[in-house]
Each structure stands twice: as C-alpha cells, then as structure tokens.
Ligand binder design. Structure first.
Ligand SMILES: Nc1ncnc2c1ncn2[C@@H]1O[C@H](COP(=O)(O)OP(=O)(O)O)[C@@H](O)[C@H]1O
Ligand SMILES: O=C(O)[C@H](O)[C@@H](O)[C@H](O)[C@H](O)COP(=O)(O)O
Length: 193
C-alpha cells in the first residue's frame, strides 16, 4: 500500500510545485520499487508500489508465472491512477505536496495513458531492458509474489517510452542513486522547458 516516506529529510530535494507524479516503469526485476523508493525518499513524495494494488487473482497468476492479460491489467491500472488522483485531492486540502512516486511496470503506451489521466503532469522514468542482468536479479530476488518466469513475456510486451512521452530511460546496470540523480535532473530540465 502507499506509504508516506516519513518526515522530509534535511537533504530533501522538493520538486517544482507544478510537478507531482513520477512513474518508474520497466519489466520485472528492472529495479522499479528500489528506484522509486529512493526518489521518494529524496523528494519527500509518497511512495506507491503498484504491485500492492493487484487483486488476488492477478497475484495468483503472476505467482504461477502466467502473464497478465489486458483484462487483468485494466482494473489494476485504474486503481493505481485513482490513488494518484486521491493524492491530488489530499494535496488540494493540505496545501502543496510533492505528489506520488509510483513503481509500476506500465509496459505499454496504452497503460501509461491510463496513468497520465490525472490532474498533474506525469514524468516517466523508464528502466532499460538488459535480459541477462534481469534474469540474474530475479534469480536472486527473494520474497516476491511474482515468478521469475514472467520475464520473457514482459520483455515481449514492453513498449519503450516514445520520444513524445515525458520522461527519461536509464540503463539498469547503474547504481540506484545514479539512476535517481539522472531522473531528477531530467525532470527539472523538462519542467523548465
Ligand atoms: N540499480 C540497481 N543495482 C543493483 N541492484 C538493483 C538495482 N535496482 C534493483 N536492484 C535489485 O534487483 C532486484 C529487483 O529489484 P526490484 O526493485 O524488486 O525490481 P522491480 O520492482 O522492477 O521488479 C532487487 O533485489 C533489488 O535489490
Ligand atoms: O516487480 C515485479 O516483479 C513486477 O512489477 C511484477 O510484479 C509485474 O510485472 C507486474 O506488477 C504485473 O503487471 P504487468 O504484467 O503489467 O507488468
């Protein structure tokens, strides 16, 4: 579930008021949750792991290594978008807030269109696809409900960020803090344009 990242640390790097949401996207094992959490800690934004909003049927499928269909994904993506909208409403009541940093695979452009249907700009941080590194990370990952067997279908489904989509794509071999640095620098540049 969405978890406030706690008091804004001294080194917080608040985002411009007009920027609210960041979605860290990519295939299973790319580092979405790890990178999104790091960005949220640095900006004081709310961290939301889209994996926490899957209904039990989706979790069962992913656990069995069965890829989700568009029908499975529809209500889940709506729930993620609704959580972003809820945050906007909360922000309107309590004053400016730094939005949400979401970890969500958002593999296809059509899925990203659902997440863009909110009141604030959405900046995507794409994590690149490096099949060998991904397989190694998933083999080492413990305690996650999704099976490593979904990787192949995820790679086949992935539509990388288009040039007309707001965002940046980073290589996943970089250290987490370096990816966060690049993402935040690109976001600030983007908002100044
Ligand atoms: N940039 C990185 N460098 C090294 N290891 C990473 C990096 N990003 C993530 N990891 C590790 O890879 C695994 C998968 O990361 P995770 O955040 O769960 O990916 P995702 O949310 O995309 O499925 C975890 O064990 C995590 O600690
Ligand atoms: O952290 C992970 O391993 C992934 O995020 C994984 O849980 C899965 O990819 C999606 O949540 C399912 O949705 P998609 O099939 O649309 O990626």
């Amino acid at each position: 579930m969405a978890t406030p990242t706690g008091p804004v640390p001294d080194r917080a790097e608040p985002l411009p008021a007009a920027v609210a949401h960041i979605v860290v996207m990519g295939v299973s094992g790319a580092g979405k949750s790890t990178v999104a959490r790091a960005i949220a800690e640095r900006t004081g934004a709310l961290f939301l792991d889209a994996d926490d909003l899957h209904p039990p049927a989706n979790r069962r499928k992913l656990g069995a290594g069965e890829p989700l269909t568009d029908l499975d994904r529809g209500p889940w993506l709506d729930a993620v978008r609704d959580r972003m909208r809820q945050r906007e409403r909360e922000g309107a009541r309590t004053g400016p807030d730094p939005g949400v940093v979401v970890a969500c695979s958002a593999l296809r452009r059509a899925y990203r269109d659902v997440l863009r249907d909110v009141d604030r700009p959405v900046f995507f941080v794409g994590l690149g696809a490096d099949p060998e590194l991904l397989a190694a990370r998933l083999a080492a990952r413990r305690g996650h409900f999704a099976s490593h067997r979904i990787l192949e279908s995820q790679l086949a489904t992935l539509e990388s960020l288009g040039p007309d989509e707001d965002g940046i794509t980073c290589p996943i071999a970089l250290p987490v803090e370096e990816i966060a640095d690049r993402a935040l620098a690109a976001l600030r540049k983007d908002r100044r344009r």
